[in-house]
Design a protein around this ligand. Structure first.
Ligand SMILES: *[C@@H]1O[C@H](CO)[C@@H](O)[C@H](O)[C@H]1NC(C)=O
Length: 217
């Protein structure tokens, strides 16, 4: 009987954690507007699903599994990038998946601010389409495509990622790797310095970058 009750609690906790993870994600919205209106920071989620505080659930259950999507919004130093990730469903789903490991290369807010254009803008599109390149539904599609390319260029589909190991990011055909110089990890090509290692969770790790990757090539 006791076992039966415990099982019920665990499965209830699992269901709760699952649904809260689902609802926490924002729907994809109008990019051009959402970027203008996005708050400076996102409220961090709870450290863990509340069910893990339940002293009865000693067993290893999915409810206690923290994944990348749970922690992306927690570090304010990367909240601009975290906001972009939420606009890209393919990557959001990946970071939510316990079975798929990733190393997320998250540029610091300072790096995002230094970009000569927004991640959803493409100077070539301004050249060919003019200042209204991102107006209307076609413009929105263009912005969505660009933000997706940007975000996918910053997610490596492996963890652990060994020094010198060449991998293609989730989006893009060219391989990248990293090397260590004087105690600093540097992503190549591009000499991109890793500022620090952020959260380590069940399905991967977040690395904080001092600059954005050049994803245009
Ligand atoms: C995924 O990451 C975990 C660490 O959180 C590691 O133990 C596991 O071996 C990784 N799986 C693969 C396939 O690399």
């Amino acid at each position: 009987m006791k076992l039966l009750v415990l099982t019920a609690i665990v499965s209830l906790a699992t269901a709760t954690a699952f649904s809260s993870r689902q609802t926490r994600r924002r729907p994809t919205v109008d990019l051009a507007e959402s970027h203008a209106q996005r708050p400076i920071f996102d409220l961090p989620g709870p450290a863990m699903p509340p069910s893990t505080n339940n002293p009865d659930s000693h067993t290893q259950s999915p409810a206690g599994t923290v994944v990348l999507s749970d922690v992306m919004g927690r570090d304010r130093a990367i909240n601009i990038f975290a906001g972009s990730v939420r606009d890209v469903e393919s990557v959001s789903r990946r970071l939510d998946d316990e079975q798929q490991n990733s190393t997320v290369l998250a540029p610091l807010n300072s790096a995002m601010d230094k970009m000569p254009r927004k991640a959803w803008e493409d100077p070539q599109e301004y050249d060919t389409l003019g200042s209204e390149a991102y107006e209307g539904s076609e413009g929105r599609d263009r912005a969505q495509r660009n933000i997706r390319r940007f975000v996918e260029a910053h997610v490596v589909p492996v963890h652990p990622w060994k020094e010198g190991e060449r991998v293609k990011p989730v989006g893009g055909d060219s391989e990248i790797w990293w090397e260590e110089k004087d105690g600093t990890k540097i992503i190549q090509p591009g000499d991109i310095k890793v500022d620090s290692i952020g959260s380590s969770v069940h399905n991967g790790q977040v690395w904080l970058l001092k600059s954005v990757r050049d994803y245009s090539s």
